[in-house]
Design a binder for this molecule. Structure first.
Ligand code: AMP
Length: 194
């Protein structure tokens, strides 16, 4: 089973990704995690992306595809993938469509964890205020920038998948458990129809 997970910053995407990975034994492809790892290792990609990420902007599609391609090829014989934080703009989505077609990978679910903008802003404020914030891009200003980029660049990707009848919108406003249970309901009901 292959899943793409969408959610604005603060929507709880990372938490639900972890839940789905352990429930269905999926390989996670989180471009954000891969980039953070590169920054930590201070390798060539890490040096190229550090400032871009710290500003909340998107890194180049070229870098993203170099990371994705390696990860997909290494794990092709697995249970399935969960793409988390990718594709992030319409160009990435169109290139990704071709890529998975060539690799014979079917997308089963595109899940959008939908949270009201006002609630997102409140969560963002809280996240930024937490003393032990681990992420450099979790400051209030950068999170607001990330939200803007999400609305401009990433939302059109949702329409792309809606037009292919793959998009499922999940109410992301409940507790973590409620959101997980909404996701499972969608997966189970679709699996039964198949
Ligand atoms: P995330 O952990 O998914 O929120 O990603 C953290 C940061 O990594 C983003 O703000 C971007 O700077 C960068 N990033 C992650 N995924 C992508 C992507 N698919 N395309 C471009 N930039 C990305």
């Amino acid at each position: 089973m292959n899943i793409i997970l969408f959610g604005a910053p603060g929507a709880g995407k990372g938490t639900q990704a972890k839940f789905l990975i352990s429930k269905f034994n999926l390989i996670q492809i989180s471009t954000g995690d891969m980039l953070r790892e590169a920054v930590k290792l201070k390798n060539e990609i890490g040096q190229q992306v550090e400032t871009i990420m710290a500003n909340g902007e998107l890194v180049s599609d070229e870098i993203i595809f170099s990371l994705i391609t390696n990860r997909l090829n290494e794990n092709i014989a697995n249970n399935g993938f969960i793409f988390d934080g990718f594709p992030r703009n319409i160009k990435q989505a169109i290139k990704f469509d071709q890529m998975i077609k060539d690799l014979n990978i079917d997308l089963d679910f595109v899940l959008h964890i939908d949270v009201d903008e006002k609630i997102l802003s409140d969560r963002i404020e809280n996240r930024a205020k937490q003393e032990n914030t681990k992420r450099k891009d979790d400051t209030s200003d950068v999170l607001i920038e990330r939200l803007k980029i999400y609305n401009n660049d990433t939302k059109p990707v949702l329409e792309h998948y809606a037009s292919k009848n793959l998009l499922n919108v999940i109410d992301g406003m409940g507790t973590i458990e409620e959101v997980s249970s909404n996701i499972i309901k969608i997966i189970n009901s679709d699996l039964k129809v198949d």
